[in-house]
Every structure is written in C-alpha cells, then in structure tokens.
Write a protein that binds this ligand. Structure first.
Ligand SMILES: Cc1cc2nc3c(=O)[nH]c(=O)nc-3n(C[C@H](O)[C@H](O)[C@H](O)COP(=O)(O)O)c2cc1C
Length: 364
C-alpha cells in the first residue's frame, strides 16, 4: 500500500511535490447523473452534493491535493488547517506506523505505544501516529491557494476550510480565531471548520474542545463574524459522554456542524524505548487510523443521541478510523450526516470509489 504522502520525507517536500499518485482515476458511476437517473443529490445545508463522504483536515495540504482527491470522488474535501500567521511544521518524521491490530480501549488512552517504519499490508493494519503541530503557510499564500482549490471542485462537490487560532500571535485567542475565520471567508471558503482539538500542539489551542465555556465563546464570536457561511467545529474524544453533551449544548446555538474525532494523544516510543518523534514536547502524539475506529464510532453514536435528545439541528461529521467502504456506511448509519477518512484515504486513495461502487445507490 503506497501512500500519497511520503512519510519518509518532510512536510515541505510533500507540500511541493505531492500528492504521489500514478494510478488511473476511476470512472465515476454517479447514480445522480446521466440518462435514466434521477436528479436527486445529497443535501448539505444549501449545497447539493454527489455523496456525503470526504477527507477531513490534514492529508490535503494544498490545492494540488484537493484537486486529486476531488477527482477521486471525495466530494467534501477539507483544506488542511490554516492559521493567521506563518507556522513551521514539526521536524520530520511526522508520521510513523503503529504495529497494532486491535482496537484502542478507553482505558488505554494516553498510554505508551511503539512506532516504526514497518509498512502495513492492508487497510485494517494501518494505524499511525501523526504530529505536524498545525503548520501554516502565510495567509497571503494560503488565501490565494484556497481560491485555486475551490476552482477544482466539480459539480456536486464542496470544500471546507479548516482554521486554527494561534496563541501568541499578537492578539487574544478568541480574536485570533475570528481573524483567521474572516481571512478564510475572504479567500472564498464555502464552509469553515474551527479546529479545537489538535493533540500535537503545546500552546493550549488543542484542548479548547474540552472547555464548554471557552469553546462556546469562540464559536459565538466566529459565527457572528462569518454570518451565513456554514460553521463547524472539530472536537476530540471524550471519555465521558456527559462532557460531550455539555460541550455540544454550549456550542449548539452558534454552530451548524460538529466534527469528531481528532487524533488521540498517546506516548510514542521507538523500538529502542526512546521518544519516537524528534523534538521537545513530541512524546505525546496523535493516534489515528484503524485502532481508533471503535472509539470514533461510539463518539458519533453518542453525539447523534445528544442531538436527538435535545432537538439540535447541527450536522454531524463522523471522523476517525474509517478504513473501508463498510466503515463509511456504518458511520453514516450510526448518525453521521457526512463522514470522512484521513489515514485510510492516504494509503488507499481509491477508497471513495469503493464506497460509491458499493453504496452509491444507498447513501449518495
Ligand atoms: C497526516 C494527518 C494530518 C492531520 N492534520 C490535521 C489538521 O491539520 N487539522 C485537523 O483538524 N486534524 C488533522 N488531522 C486529524 C484528522 O482530521 C482526523 O481527525 C484523524 O486523523 C482521525 O481520522 P482517521 O482515523 O481517518 O485518520 C490529521 C490527520 C492526519 C492523518
């Protein structure tokens, strides 16, 4: 399984040279187009889409990546999280494999795990840790690139732009989230997602999701600033569903969608027992891919129940451990309105096509 992102090379190398894809773009068997098919499409707010699946914030580094994955049938690609200021990436390596075939349990969250470069052989073997630290090009660069990326969206597709506030950027964190949201809107973002949950930063913005008051304060300010642009927030996992309910309730008046989960923070060592990823503050690194499937599925189901119980109208974006077409279907059946795959989509870029082939008539 050859990933589109070369994990042996730097983020900047991949930004300039990726994505790596030499295969053929599969022909789209779209049930909603062509003679004899109804014009029915999947509706997400005011957007009429070919399907409810996409790639979440992360693997799609710039417009070149967005273009390829849109062509591959990921109808809701997310532009990798951007900031109001330039931010360098953590040093390479940024992704390593975790040799783990079973599911992570809630009790193991935050425990020690071992990573290496032994390549996986199939989707169920792909669990990785990733740690980039939410790098960002300068606003001037990403704003121009977002306009380009939007131009690559085909009929029935829409791109989301992910944003992150930056502590120490010259203003307080609420104002900085607003500032970067306004920049994204100005650049032409059709939907904006605020990342409140990156475990790979040491400056505090990664734990906003677990603070009902702070997250709601930021959400309220962003929504006020961006007006009618649909607004989503990205959460991490909660061991306690009551806490998730608290956060959902606090944010519900201001958000149009809730996405989750982000990666799960673990302590990652190499086989010699040393910190696996180089640099200060990088022992803790986010786990993603197959091993977080069960925890992420549960998150979607819990959030769907909270939504039903409280009559909320936000949409749910299911993310985490979606490795196969069946996993997409399971997440959508579990209460997600849209569902996205990051790790599996990197190692199997044909995943969207497999979903459309198997479930096109049911979900698209
Ligand atoms: C290479 C990579 C980079 C990521 N970068 C971001 C990011 O910039 N912002 C964000 O909100 N999540 C980021 N994530 C997290 C994913 O959006 C997703 O929440 C997580 O990987 C779980 O999904 P998965 O199991 O399908 O990988 C990244 C994930 C990967 C694999």
């Amino acid at each position: 399984m050859k990933p589109t992102y070369d994990i042996t090379k730097s983020y900047d190398w991949n930004y300039e040279n990726g994505p790596i894809f030499t295969g053929k773009i599969p022909e789209r068997k779209n049930p909603h187009r062509g003679a004899g098919h109804s014009a029915k499409k999947f509706k997400l707010w005011d957007f009429e889409l070919n399907s409810p699946i996409g790639v979440p914030a992360g693997p799609l580094l710039n417009s070149n990546w967005i273009k390829l994955y849109a062509e591959l049938g990921f109808d809701i690609p997310v532009y990798k999280t951007v900031r109001s200021v330039y931010r360098e990436c953590h040093p390479n390596p940024n992704c390593i494999y975790i040799q783990r075939r079973d599911q992570l349990t809630e009790d193991e969250i935050g425990a020690d795990i071992v990573g290496n470069f032994n390549e996986p052989k199939n989707s169920r073997e792909i669990t990785i840790t990733n740690s980039f630290g939410v790098p960002s090009k300068s606003p001037q660069e990403w704003m121009a690139d977002i306009e380009k990326a939007n131009s690559y969206m085909g009929e029935g597709q829409v791109m989301i732009v992910s944003i992150n506030g930056t502590p120490g950027s010259g203003t307080d964190i609420v104002s900085d989230y607003v500032r970067v949201a306004e920049m994204a809107k100005e650049a032409g973002a059709k939907i904006i997602e605020a990342n409140y949950s990156c475990p790979n930063v040491s400056t505090g913005e990664g734990s906003i999701y677990s603070d009902p008051e702070m997250s709601a304060k930021i959400s309220q300010a962003i929504k006020k600033a961006i007006g009618n642009v649909p607004f989503m927030i990205k959460l991490g996992n909660f061991k306690n569903p009551a806490k998730l309910e608290e956060v959902a309730k606090a944010n519900a008046p201001f958000v149009d969608g809730i996405a989750g989960i982000n990666t799960i923070k673990m302590n990652v060592y190499n086989e010699a027992g040393e910190q696996a990823l180089p640099g200060e503050g990088r022992l803790g690194s986010g786990l993603c891919g197959n091993a977080i499937h069960d925890i992420a599925q549960k998150f979607t189901e819990n959030l769907a129940k909270i939504k039903r119980d409280n009559n909320f109208d936000f949409i749910i974006c299911g993310v985490g451990g979606i490795m196969t077409a069946d996993d997409f279907a399971e997440r959508l059946e579990g209460g997600a309105d849209i569902a996205m795959s990051a790790t599996a989509a990197m190692w199997n870029p044909l995943l969207a096509s497999e979903f459309h082939e198997k479930f096109g008539d049911k979900f698209n």
